[in-house]
Design a protein around this ligand. Structure first.
Ligand SMILES: Cc1cc2nc3c(=O)[nH]c(=O)nc-3n(C[C@H](O)[C@H](O)[C@H](O)COP(=O)(O)OP(=O)(O)OC[C@H]3O[C@@H](n4cnc5c(N)ncnc54)[C@H](O)[C@@H]3O)c2cc1C
Length: 465
């Protein structure tokens, strides 16, 4: 039966995809079967169109066959959205890897969905500009993936999430219709701004094939400091001081609790702890600016003033790019840190900043109450986003659901979000009602039914139809 289906797909797509565009089950590698977190699926086939037009033509064929499809970018998503479920074919955007234009006048880049984030960043830099979205998976994740998940990262505080950098979008709908608005104008209020429907919809409404992305002027200065703090109230003071003293220069404010910082810079041997004694909390502060003479001075003054006013606080300012890189490596090594304590349950939640201290203390206590003590706590803080990773014994797989229930219920009670930036995918589907009302979920379902009445695109991700 399955073999018949695969043969029918191969025959129906023969005039649409070239030889490299159809991979049958015997030749499918782990790149398309397994996601970054290790979940595995068995697709009927992998389809790799080489152009946006071929994506549309492929979808027309699949729609006629009523064939369910899962869309894949770099497979670095953290909620299993790209893992093929039974009976699905994979549609990979990896061959759509052209940077079509970098326009210094409108400060935009028009790129295909399969361009890796790091390649886009380098192209912007080569033109004296800067693409501000930056995440640890930059070498592997693709533009279509960051748009479809509305990725956040380390510079949201200043530049917003990916959505803020999307000016135009081309999308293929489940029936193969191409909806294209690759505009370069910031102002365009002619009716609904449809691109926002697709940004962050995790491939459930349409396939992103091209995007017009906003580039920023390349900063002339970039300074990094690490501040060690006696506790969370000092972090709030530091955030206020940084906002007041640094203004638009402030690009990152990354918090690492000692359970994360101590583990990565200690047993894992990554980066370097520059302080003589351990502290409960560490904040990585990054500034970018245009005034080579003044920017570093402003940061130095702000930190000196802060440390003087806060007993128990300490700060170091990186004196070279290499030193800054060492400090950032500690924060950027969250992926390696998660793997080092596997199995674990990982969380990407948001909550009001003033509730963070109490939440971290109470959730750590509740988890200790069920016999768990391996935690990694860190996050972007200034945008309300915290990450928590909880290790559990490999011989107690049932703990994962208990941990999920505890964490998500506590976030729901605070009016927070069960997904600050990674999305819902398959992993957080049961917990969506803790962060979205029945009316909101009903509207999401109506939109899905209107655009994808046969439920062919990424079915069962975010919510069940
Ligand atoms: C080490 C590491 C660090 C990370 N750090 C961050 C972080 O700081 N902030 C953050 O927000 N995220 C972070 N992420 C997760 C983040 O979601 C992904 O890295 C990235 O956004 C996904 O891109 P991808 O190309 O790998 O997409 P995939 O994993 O392939 O896909 C992700 C989802 O988008 C859909 N999709 C992919 N491409 C398209 C397309 N062209 N059209 C329609 N749907 C599509 C897929 O079906 C799937 O549902 C991190 C991940 C890793 C591994």
């Amino acid at each position: 039966m399955t073999q018949d289906r695969i043969a029918a797909l191969r025959a129906a797509l023969a005039g649409t995809l070239d030889a490299a565009g159809f991979i049958g089950p015997e030749d499918i590698g782990d790149r398309h079967r397994v996601d970054w977190k290790g979940m595995r699926g068995e697709p009927l086939a992998v389809l790799r169109p080489a152009t946006p037009e071929a994506v549309a033509a492929t979808m027309r064929v699949l729609h006629a066959l009523r064939q369910p499809v899962v869309v894949q970018g770099g497979m670095t998503g953290l909620v299993h959205g790209g893992v093929p479920l039974q009976g699905e074919v994979v549609l990979s955007l990896e061959r759509l890897n052209r940077i079509e234009e970098v326009d210094p006048v409108s400060s935009t880049a028009t790129v295909q969905a399969g361009v890796p984030l790091e390649t886009l960043q380098a192209a912007a830099q080569a033109h004296g500009m800067f693409f501000p979205v930056d995440i640890g998976s930059r070498g592997s994740c693709l533009v279509g993936g960051i748009v479809s998940t509305n990725a956040g990262g380390n510079r949201v505080l200043r530049y917003g999430m990916t959505r803020s950098s999307v000016l135009g979008l081309e999308v293929v709908l489940p029936d193969g219709t191409v909806v294209s608005r690759l505009g370069r104008m910031i102002k365009d209020n002619a009716g609904y701004d449809l691109k926002h429907l697709f940004v962050g919809s995790e491939g459930t409404l349409g396939i992103v094939t091209r995007a017009v992305l906003v580039l920023q002027p390349a900063p002339a200065t970039r300074d990094t400091a690490l501040v060690a703090l006696p506790g969370f109230p000092a972090a709030i003071d530091l955030l206020k001081a940084c906002r007041r003293r640094l203004g638009a220069r402030l690009t990152s404010f990354e918090a690492m609790w000692s359970d994360y910082f101590g583990f990565v810079s200690g047993p894992m041997g990554i980066g370097r702890d520059p302080f003589a004694a351990p502290h409960p909390l560490y904040i990585l502060v990054e500034t970018m600016g245009m005034e080579a003479e003044r920017d570093r001075e402003v940061l130095t003054e702000a930190l000196a003033e802060f440390v003087e006013a806060h007993p128990g606080a300490d700060a170091v300012l990186a004196s070279s790019l290499a030193e800054a890189g060492e400090l950032w490596r500690i924060r950027d090594s969250s992926g390696e840190a998660v793997r080092a304590i596997a199995p674990s349950a990982g969380f990407d939640v948001s909550l009001p900043i003033e509730a963070m201290e109490g939440w971290v203390a109470s959730i750590h206590a509740a988890l200790r109450g069920i016999g768990l003590s391996v935690f990694q706590t860190y996050g972007h803080v200034a945008d309300g986003n915290l990450h928590l990773v909880v290790g559990y014994p490999a011989d107690q797989p049932g703990q994962k659901t208990r941990i999920n229930d505890l964490v998500y219920r506590s976030i729901g009670e605070l009016g927070g979000s069960v997904s600050a930036e990674h999305g819902v995918g398959l992993e957080k589907k049961p917990y969506l009602p803790l962060s979205r009302s029945p009316a909101e979920i009903a509207l999401m379902r109506s939109l899905k039914a209107a655009i994808d009445p046969h439920g062919l695109l990424n079915p069962g991700r975010i919510f069940d139809a």
